[in-house]
Design a protein around this ligand. Structure first.
Ligand SMILES: NC(=O)c1ccc[n+]([C@@H]2O[C@H](COP(=O)([O-])OP(=O)(O)OC[C@H]3O[C@@H](n4cnc5c(N)ncnc54)[C@H](OP(=O)(O)O)[C@@H]3O)[C@@H](O)[C@H]2O)c1
Length: 201
């Protein structure tokens, strides 16, 4: 990367796989020791994890000398993740939402049929009330739950749209409406990883 250090370094998944796709079953607790070493060497300012489930984040937190500051996992209106979010907050681990648009985005055509959130008039009504899009309401819902969001777009207007979510406030009732779209549906189940020992889901 040609950098002296990076600000935040994450363990991407709790599984451990070699270059040939073979499960090396190295415990994420072992990996965490290497992450701590990266901080001690000044290579990373902060360290965290991604895709760790409740048991895994609790275990790392218990055993760590340098605690994880972030757990990045999928959170959106159709995967609300209250239990894992609450646990992370209790542990002072910041939950960060990847795939924050979930089934609202056009990126998930394979889930057609369960993506009623794209057309449901209740969400449309909230969007119209604030002069925003469904995507912006989803991002705002997460932000008001205290969850940083990392939407991705290659489209300039959408990048701007995704930044323009700090000039309105959803009511508690509206937060509940968005929350009720929950299906416990994962857009990113990490299917290829299912066979590995430390697969989290
Ligand atoms: N840690 C992990 O394991 C993990 C897993 C998955 C993702 N991530 C990270 O999370 C970030 C986002 O995840 P993601 O790309 O899966 O999901 P996302 O940001 O929820 O959705 C991206 C898709 O939504 C579209 N989009 C973006 N803004 C929109 C808007 N305002 N209205 C309508 N559509 C919009 C994009 O299309 P256009 O580009 O055409 O605008 C793209 O197809 C990425 O940076 C990714 O690296 C991390």
């Amino acid at each position: 990367m040609k950098l002296d250090y990076i600000d935040l370094y994450l363990v991407h998944w709790p599984v451990s796989v070699n270059a040939n796709g073979v499960d090396t079953a190295i415990s994420y607790l072992e990996t965490w020791k290497g992450m701590e070493e990266a901080v001690k060497l000044g290579l990373a300012k902060s360290i965290g994890v991604s895709n760790f489930n409740e048991k895994q984040i609790q275990e790392v937190h218990n055993k760590a000398v340098i605690k994880p500051v972030v757990n990045q996992f999928e959170i959106n209106p159709t995967l609300t993740q209250h239990q894992l979010v609450n646990l992370c907050k209790q542990l002072s681990v910041l939950p960060v939402a990847y795939t924050p648009l979930g089934l609202i985005s056009e990126a998930r055509p394979e889930f057609a049929g369960i993506d009623v959130i794209k057309t449901d008039p209740k969400l449309g009504g909230i969007a119209t009330k604030y002069g925003k899009t469904r995507a912006q309401i989803a991002l705002r819902y997460l932000i008001q739950r205290g969850i940083p969001v990392i939407p991705k777009s290659f489209t300039k207007s959408r990048i701007e749209e995704n930044l323009n979510v700090f000039d309105f406030h959803l009511t508690d009732e509206e937060i509940d409406i968005v929350d009720n779209y929950n299906l416990n549906h994962r857009c990113v189940p990490g299917k290829g990883f299912e066979k590995y020992e430390y697969y989290p889901y």
